[in-house]
Design a protein around this ligand. Structure first.
Ligand SMILES: Nc1ncnc2c1ncn2[C@@H]1O[C@H](COP(=O)(O)OP(=O)(O)OP(=O)(O)O)[C@@H](O)[C@H]1O
Length: 576
């Protein structure tokens, strides 16, 4: 905890030191605020002790004008310092957010498969917010208040140490009570948030499964479940309110204790001739300046504790170094013109289970190679290795003779267009989705849509290319989604294609459409096709049959049928 705190503070210092000039300016304004905060009560004191007894109207005007002037300057300094603090801290946080986002995006695929999305979301949102809370204007403003605290305290001690020490004696009690209150109220609000979250989930789930509830006539049970959550929420709210109701007056009383000491002891000293009435009034104002940071210190401690926990998680994320990265000295490659070759490739996802064993084949320029085999045989894995989402365990993959590990990831991936079984569509318009990763003109988008056999469908929509897809937009069938993905790959215009046929049952018409758009896409390109419907790959230049991670047969359709082996078996299963 201690060392994380040190590292966190060092990190903040590094981030904030970019704006060193502004930091000094902020400290300057905060010192100005402290000095004025000291002088305002001092003016009150002078007016009461000196100006009123002497009945000096001229001096009264002077001090009133001075007080007004100082108040305006104080307001100005407060505005400037709050604004600057906000600027510096927000800049630091937003640059941290950028760094983390970019670091996350660079992680290996395997990292995303082993981390829960929810956990990553927490780091990228809530944990950063925790750090933001810590270096917010509130916390840094507290620095200013502490500065005032020290400054005012020294002057109070110098003027009347006995009274000041008596007032200070109430501070440990004030701090302790605040600490207890903050601790409890946070726990209570945590409960409130949890129960509110559960209730929201229940409402959402109910609204999205109304049909199920009605058809099973489970309304009563659903109501009871909701009622229980509602009662929990009510009780935790009441608990939080109770804490506020109990602690607030106690804290007010302890604050008032300070006032009483100044009034009682101060008045007694005035009677002894050792203090003045004006000083009592000034000390009452100083008391408020002293109490403010003490009251806030507890919430600062809590914020630091939470920030340390968040910082640990952020550190864990930044400590993970991706292994699939650009090489130190990348080889520049010409556009694809020869072949992609897999040479004795072995691969396992986790340490011990082999997924691919001794896979060797060639994907020559402008040829079509098909992969067939049972589900789970390793076909998709082969395509992912070619895209270098994972590195081979042994053997190598070359691109026109260059090991793909020697190439920049971008150079490799820009030359490969992929249409996979589960198409990823983004929340947005059809246009955004087709144009993803490209900067195509309207005409080019329509050409791609035509080629992918989706143009007629888009034209039939009232909003055309600007139709929204997703929860609040139109619903697309599996075939339509895949054709949008095909249009997207048309625009990418990569020389190598990886096509993973949809296994989902498509009706004949959409299957025919997809086949036609695949055929268009494959013209003058090099294609690796994972085929589930063997009818579609009869013209492939070579068919590789993959079983349990090994290529067990290879040849053309005719050769494989003649062999009467595994391919012939699979073929018969589909057509007989
Ligand atoms: N990300 C992963 N992490 C660990 N194991 C995986 C991962 N992806 C796939 N596997 C495993 O690797 C094996 C090969 O999977 P792969 O997806 O390559 O098969 P496939 O031949 O494409 O199957 P299908 O035809 O059903 O798509 C399977 O046993 C699968 O469980």
């Amino acid at each position: 905890m201690q060392s994380t705190l040190n590292r966190m503070l060092r990190f903040f210092w590094q981030q904030l030191s970019v704006a060193k000039g502004k930091l000094w300016a902020i400290i300057g304004t905060l010192v100005g605020v402290s000095v004025i905060q000291y002088f305002l009560p001092r003016i009150t004191q002078i007016i009461i002790d000196q100006v009123i007894p002497k009945q000096e109207i001229g001096q009264l005007w002077f001090y009133i004008a001075l007080a007004l002037g100082l108040t305006i300057v104080l307001g100005g300094l407060n505005t400037i310092s709050t604004y600057w603090i906000g600027q510096v801290s927000q800049t630091a946080i937003s640059s941290l957010r950028d760094q983390l986002f970019s670091h996350t995006l660079k992680q290996d695929m395997a990292y995303f498969e082993t981390s829960k999305t929810g956990d990553l979301m927490v780091v990228l949102t809530s944990d950063i917010n925790m750090l933001q809370n810590l270096i917010s204007a509130n916390s840094l403003g507290l620095l200013g208040e502490m500065l005032s605290f020290v400054f005012v305290l020294i002057i109070m001690l110098a003027n009347n140490w006995a009274l000041t020490v008596m007032v200070l004696a109430t501070f440990p009690l004030l701090f302790w009570t605040n600490f207890q209150y903050t601790k409890r109220i946070r726990a209570a609000y945590r409960k409130v948030r949890t129960s509110a979250g559960k209730m929201n989930n229940e409402i959402q789930e109910t609204l999205t499964s109304v049909e199920l509830i009605k058809s099973f006539a489970t309304e009563n049970q659903t109501e009871q479940d909701f009622n229980q959550l509602n009662v929990d929420n009510r009780d935790s709210q009441i608990e939080a309110t109770k804490l506020g109701a109990v602690f607030s007056p106690v804290i007010d009383d302890i604050n008032y204790l300070g006032t009483v000491i100044i009034l009682g002891f101060g008045a007694w000293q005035v009677m002894q001739g050792a203090f003045t009435v004006g000083s009592i009034v000034a000390y009452l104002s100083y008391l408020a300046i002293l109490q403010a940071p003490v009251r806030q210190l507890t919430s600062l401690i809590q914020r630091i504790q939470q920030a340390v926990v968040s910082y640990e998680r952020i550190e864990a994320l930044t400590a993970t170094v991706p292994t699939i990265t650009d090489p130190a000295n990348p080889v520049d490659v010409a556009p694809f013109h020869q072949a992609v070759v897999l040479d004795q490739v072995d691969f396992n996802y986790s340490d011990d289970v082999p997924v691919l064993k001794n896979v060797s084949f060639e994907l020559p320029h402008e040829k079509v190679i098909a992969l067939v085999g049972s589900s789970g045989a390793g076909k998709t894995t082969i395509t992912k290795l070619i895209e270098r989402f994972y590195d081979v365990t042994s053997g190598k993959i070359t691109f026109d003779g260059t090991d793909i590990k020697q190439m920049r990831l971008k150079d490799l991936r820009q030359q490969i267009g992929v249409v996979s079984q589960d198409v990823t569509l983004l929340d947005g318009t059809i246009r955004d989705n087709i144009n993803y990763g490209s900067k195509a003109t309207e005409d080019q988008i329509w050409q791609a849509a035509e080629a992918a056999k989706i143009a007629d469908f888009i034209r039939s929509l009232p909003d055309g290319l600007d139709a929204q897809i997703g929860e609040r937009g139109i619903r697309l069938s599996g075939g339509q989604k895949q054709r949008i993905a095909i249009a997207r790959v048309f625009l990418k215009d990569a020389p190598i294609l990886i096509l993973d046929e949809a296994t989902a049952a498509l009706d004949n018409e959409s299957e025919r459409f997809i086949q036609q758009s695949f055929d268009r896409l494959m013209q003058e390109r090099t294609s690796l096709v994972i085929a589930h419907r063997l009818s579609t790959i009869q013209n492939a230049d070579e068919i590789l049959v993959v079983e349990h991670g090994e290529i067990v047969e290879r040849g053309t359709h005719a050769e494989l049928l003649a062999k009467n082996g595994r391919y012939a078996e699979l073929y018969e299963m589909q057509f007989k």
